[in-house]
Design a protein around this ligand. Sequence first.
Ligand SMILES: NC(=O)c1ccc[n+]([C@@H]2O[C@H](COP(=O)([O-])OP(=O)(O)OC[C@H]3O[C@@H](n4cnc5c(N)ncnc54)[C@H](OP(=O)(O)O)[C@@H]3O)[C@@H](O)[C@H]2O)c1
Length: 260
Amino acid sequence: MNDLILITGASSGIGYEMARLLSARKFNLVLVARSATKLEALKRELEARDGIQVHIFPCDLGQPQAAQTLYEKVRQRGLDVTMLVNNAGVGVYGSFSDTDLEAELSMIQLNVSTVVALSKYFLQDMLVQKRGRILNVASLLSFLPFPYYSVYSATKSFVLAFSETLTAELEGTGVVVTTLCPGPVDTAFNTEAMWKTNAYKANQPVSPAAVAEQGVQLLLTGTGKKIVGFNNWFISQLPRITPSAIMMKIKKNLASQRSS
Ligand SMILES: NC(=O)c1ccc[n+]([C@@H]2O[C@H](COP(=O)([O-])OP(=O)(O)OC[C@H]3O[C@@H](n4cnc5c(N)ncnc54)[C@H](OP(=O)(O)O)[C@@H]3O)[C@@H](O)[C@H]2O)c1
């Protein structure tokens, strides 16, 4: 059976670059994001360039029923997804007292509930086939909850915990779950306010193509979790040797906006 890979958040950034890399390796793709125009353009380009099949499903995965509707539409078209990349995600930055509740609840829906629901639906089919792979995109912040990213950090801690426990539960079933944990990446994810924080000066964002390459390797042949870049791995280890109160002060400073 040929593999068919579904990628959420394929219209830009890491998901877009993963789609391009997987297409170049001749995988057929199912691409999901809100922007129909961008997905259509990518479909046309990849089908012409690589001779693969690309199926697109524009939808808003920040809506409560979106994962179920997407799964049903994919099945109705007779598509057997063998690999799932839960990549779509957004971030909300700012003091929790000031940030928009609606934006945060929608982020929890997209970053958490949709990841759980899509994993639940597609996993059942993978278990029947006794093969499949799920890659969840978490973050460096999964290990290091940052002030001013309070709800976002919590969503990514959730993704890591969910993903790692699933990995263990599914041992021996033929289904492998992996977790990609990038540090800062130069994508549309970052708002102007985020770019002005000390963290982005101290830890320069890397290209989405570089992160996508790591993601593709992890998806196709990897196991467990992958923190992208040695510097980010080192940063993820700091809580082990730094008292938590000091660590939180450092993180608060890093997440604050530069004065100049
Ligand atoms: N950039 C970073 O610094 C960084 C660091 C660590 C982890 N990450 C994680 O990496 C993942 C990918 O982010 P990125 O950096 O590649 O950002 P990006 O360029 O903004 O891409 C996000 C993708 O998600 C899609 N998306 C957003 N909201 C959606 C919704 N409601 N329904 C369906 N699709 C939606 C976007 O497409 P549409 O707008 O067309 O819907 C886009 O394709 C996220 O999970 C993010 O948390 C990013």
